[in-house]
Design a protein around this ligand. Structure first.
Ligand code: BTN
Length: 252
């Protein structure tokens, strides 16, 4: 049993040796069957992985974690979807931080997993709504675990950052991930929002450090200082805080 300690996250694992995208498989499951909350669709080989902003997500078969968790956060209003991003990125952080250099692991807004200046993982959350609330949530998580070759200089893996002879065991990683996801999700469900927000800000990449950004093709120097209730990033620039939604600002 993968998750002996959780109440529902990972109690059902749908393992697929190969698929196009676990997010799409999870979405098909929701359309065709009665899926219990906490079901995790996991694959070894994802052939058409999707990333944020319409990007592709490449993963090396058998060397990466690729999976999608199904939750029903009906307690969240449609305007509160970002809270789920926070809970999920913190859970990934909690899972990986014992394995990585102290202080090296950060969350790049909204929910990329970074080790110093390299990306180790990403999250793609796709929600369905019912009325003014979230109905179902598909939480796609991709983590570079044992791969050592990347086409991109900006990517890294757990094995590159903390080498161990035998490599990392994906099932053990999944167990911890499920435990941490459930912990953060229950925190959110119990309304412990200020804890989540503060912890998220404490782990935020470039928080309170001046850096270069770009908005509408205009580069500027600013400092991340805030996150508003909609999950928009507050950057202090030229004496005022400007708020940016996802896709409205790029990190340089
Ligand atoms: C990103 O950083 O752009 C998000 C990447 C999310 C990748 C995961 S892998 C499992 C799930 N299935 C997908 O097709 N995408 C997500």
């Amino acid at each position: 049993k993968i998750c002996p300690k959780t109440l529902f996250v990972g109690q059902k694992i749908v393992y697929l040796p190969s698929c196009h995208s676990t997010n799409d498989e999870a979405s098909d499951l929701l359309l065709t069957t009665d899926v219990s909350e906490g079901t995790f669709v996991v694959t070894d080989r994802q052939t058409r992985g999707r990333g944020q902003r319409g990007n592709q997500w490449e993963a090396q078969p058998g060397h990466s974690f690729t999976g999608s968790l199904i939750l029903s956060p009906t307690f969240l209003a449609a305007t509160e979807q970002f809270w789920l991003n926070m809970a999920v990125s913190l859970a990934i952080n909690d899972t990986l931080s014992p394995l990585l250099p102290n202080g090296g692991l950060t969350i790049k807004w909204p929910n990329d997993v970074y080790v110093y200046d390299r990306k180790l993982g990403g999250v793609l959350i796709e929600n369905t709504l019912q009325g003014y609330n979230v109905a179902q949530s598909i939480i796609g998580i991709g983590l570079n675990v044992n791969q050592t070759d990347f086409g991109l200089p900006t990517a890294t893996s757990l094995l590159l950052e903390t080498p161990i002879d035998e490599g990392y065991q994906l099932p053990a990683l999944l167990t911890t991930l499920c435990e941490q996801l459930e912990k953060r999700y229950l925190q959110l469900r119990a309304g412990q929002r200020s804890v989540l927000r503060e912890t998220y800000l404490n782990h935020l990449y470039r928080y309170q450090q001046p850096h270069r950004y770009n908005a509408e093709g205009q580069p500027f120097t600013g400092t991340i200082v805030d996150l508003d209730p909609l999950g928009r990033l507050g950057i202090w620039v030229a004496g005022e805080v400007r708020y940016f939604g996802f896709k409205e600002v790029a990190f340089e």
